[in-house]
Each structure stands twice: as structure tokens, then as C-alpha cells.
Design a protein around this ligand. Structure first.
Ligand code: HEC
Length: 115
């Protein structure tokens, strides 16, 4: 009886946990900036900072991410949205560390498989 009920639940839980890492696992530190504390508070409830620091997106793409995270339950105050975008684009913009601009030997990436 239990055997028929629990495996699917366990499997589901594993998938959920795998897709959003436990925030207790420390991610890479966020670069300093006026929004660092707020970003940390708003964005590390479901996954650690590596989800953010490993990305290099355009402002528009970051906007899409905020949209998506909001849909998942992230609380991003309207008043802070622009500042969040400024911070994310300035530190994790597409031009910074983009693969095509990366110098030869430093292509050591610890990218997440989820992309
Ligand atoms: C309510 C939980 C939650 C919060 C809060 C949250 N995220 Fe996420 N985030 C997720 C989940 C779940 C995924 C994995 C989504 C997927 O695999 O499609 C994710 C994935 C990501 C990714 C990887 C790209 C992607 O879309 O999968 C980035 C970048 C990201 N989050 C940024 C942020 C930022 C920036 C914030 C703060 C504004 C934030 N997250 C807050 C749940 C959250």
C-alpha cells in the first residue's frame, strides 16, 4: 500500500528540489552594489546566487527573468524593478564574460546543466 503511494511523491519532490537548489547551499557572492542586499533577499529564497551569477543576459532577457521569477513567486517590488535590472545588467550583462569575448584559457565554466 505505502509502496504504491510514496515512490511517485518522492520522485516529484526530488525533481522540485533539483530544479531549485536549496538556498542553504552558498552560491557565489554577489558583486557589491546598491541593490545587492535586496537582490539577495528577493532572489535567494528558492535557489542560491549561482543561478544569477552564472548568467550573462541582455537587459531585455533579465527583464524576462524577473517576469518569470515573479510568476514563480519571487517578490519584486515595482519600485525596485528598474534598479534590479540595472544591477543585473551591469554585473551579469551579455557583454560581460560572453563566450565569444572570453579569453582563450579562462573558459573554465562551472555552468549549471539547466539552460
Ligand atoms: C519563488 C522561488 C524563486 C524566487 C524567489 C526566485 N527564483 Fe529564480 N528560479 C526559480 C526556479 C524554480 C528556477 C528554475 C526554473 C526553470 O528551471 O525553468 C529559477 C531559475 C532562475 C534562473 C535561471 C534561468 C531560468 O529561467 O531558469 C535565473 C537567472 C533566476 N532564477 C534568477 C532569479 C532572480 C534574479 C530572482 C530575484 C528577482 C529569482 N530568480 C528569484 C525560483 C525562484
Amino acid at each position: 500500500m505505502f509502496k504504491r503511494v510514496f515512490p511517485p511523491i518522492f520522485l516529484f519532490t526530488s525533481i522540485v528540489l533539483a530544479s531549485a537548489q536549496a538556498p542553504s547551499v552558498p552560491g557565489k557572492p554577489l558583486p557589491p552594489g546598491p541593490m545587492r542586499a535586496k537582490i539577495k533577499a528577493a532572489c535567494t529564497q528558492c535557489h542560491n546566487t549561482s543561478r544569477i551569477t552564472e548568467r550573462h543576459l541582455t537587459r531585455q532577457q533579465w527583464s524576462g527573468e524577473l517576469e518569470k521569477m515573479g510568476g514563480l513567486g519571487a517578490v519584486i517590488p515595482d519600485a525596485d524593478r528598474t534598479a534590479f535590472l540595472d544591477y543585473l545588467t551591469a554585473n551579469f550583462g551579455a557583454q560581460k564574460g560572453a563566450v565569444k569575448d572570453a579569453p582563450k584559457a579562462t573558459a573554465k565554466k562551472s555552468g549549471s546543466p539547466a539552460d
